[in-house]
Design a protein around this ligand. Structure first.
Ligand SMILES: Cc1cc2nc3c(=O)[nH]c(=O)nc-3n(C[C@H](O)[C@H](O)[C@H](O)COP(=O)(O)O)c2cc1C
Length: 341
């Protein structure tokens, strides 16, 4: 059975994502947004409560390890480390695309995460475009059942597919298929981008068809145009990726667009979230959760302990930001003023 080169591609993605040219050269814009510091916050650092509930599950903090990998040997080990660290720290986790599970049974072990993380919020993942290439509600059900997930992400990545030499670029007529899935599936369905951001128009449509939550994955962090450019051996395709290296809606803007267009839609902020301070800003802007890929991937190449320590630092940064604006819980953080400077 062929895996369509997916194993090698996943390994390339991990290696290039960890390399020196994987990130947007233009930042997210979070660095221009500032909280109003409170010299007398009337709260004690120790009482700050990050706990929350998302998709019916309780979490120690509003944080997810973003969908990244699973499948090939190195990706499998990383996936296990990601799950162990999520369990240790009480946060959630998305898995990388599970298409490989339908093509290569040897990949299943890498997605066997419930033995490491029995309690966490776990999100399954398939590419929405695969609905145009033979995938249907049964694949969605199996993706969730095979890993014991709580919900399913459909990822949207038209730019990446356009630059990837073997990319699937037939993105037509997907809304009716997504709307049908919402009707027939019994678990929540989420949409996520992969570093180019979601528009207000998309958020409005997603709310109309009954999508449970959106992960914006905006511009400013990992650049899939740059990563696919480096994978290509064709000079023209390499140039194509370079041209679109900084393409996309910056994460804070995407959050704003989605919040305005779909006021009740739960939003996950992601794309270039690099610290708990970035996370605090995204939460103040109305995100329910934040999700982080690149910084956690780096730590996960070492050990579950290194990743747990990285996550604890991230949560401490979030806690200190909340302390210094006088917010003792996430409700009090939401709506705190941010000034562009
Ligand atoms: C190595 C790697 C593999 C990824 N694979 C997937 C994937 O299979 N499915 C998906 O939805 N997103 C995938 N992503 C995208 C992330 O979930 C996230 O949306 C994106 O990297 C932006 O976050 P960041 O700036 O924190 O890296 C991957 C990211 C990385 C770094």
């Amino acid at each position: 059975m062929t895996d369509h080169g997916i194993s090698q591609r996943k390994l390339d993605h991990i290696a290039l994502a960890l390399g020196s040219r994987s990130q947007f050269t233009q930042p997210t814009g979070f660095e221009q947004l500032h909280f109003v510091h409170q010299g007398l916050p009337e709260v004690s650092l120790e009482e700050i409560d990050l706990s929350c509930e998302f998709l019916g599950k309780k979490l120690a903090a509003p944080l997810l390890i973003a969908s990244m990998t699973g499948g090939p040997i190195q990706g499998g080990r990383i996936n296990h480390y990601l799950a162990q660290a999520a369990q240790n720290t009480g946060i959630g986790m998305g898995v990388g695309s599970q298409r490989i599970m339908f093509l290569d049974p040897a990949s299943h072990a890498s997605f066997d995460l419930r033995k490491y993380a029995p309690d966490i919020l776990l999100l399954a993942n398939l590419g929405a475009v695969q609905l145009n290439f033979g995938f249907d509600e049964n694949h969605c059900r199996q993706a969730v059942e095979m890993i014991g997930a709580d919900a399913l992400y459909l990822h949207l990545n038209p730019l990446q597919e356009a630059i990837q030499p073997e990319g699937d670029t037939h993105f037509k007529d997907l809304w009716p298929k997504i709307a049908h899935l919402v009707q027939v599936l019994t678990f929540p369905l989420l949409l996520k981008e992969c570093g180019c951001g979601l528009s207000g128009e998309l958020a409005k449509k997603a709310a109309e068809v009954g999508i449970a939550a959106l992960e914006v994955s905006g511009a400013g962090g990992t650049s899939w145009a740059l990563i696919e450019s480096q994978r290509s051996t064709d000079p023209l395709r390499r140039q194509l990726g370079e041209t679109f290296a900084n393409w996309g809606i910056p994460t804070p803007l995407s959050l704003q667009f989605c919040r305005q267009a779909a006021p009740k839609m739960p939003l996950i902020a992601s794309g270039g979230i690099r610290s708990g301070l970035d996370a605090a800003k995204a939460l103040a802007m109305g995100a329910q959760m934040v999700s982080v890929a690149h910084p956690f991937l780096q730590a996960a190449t070492e050990s579950p302990e290194a990743l747990s320590a990285r996550i604890q630092l991230f949560l401490m940064e979030l806690r200190v930001a909340m302390f210094c604006v006088g917010a003792k819980n996430l409700d009090e953080l939401r709506g705190k003023e941010l000034i562009r400077f």
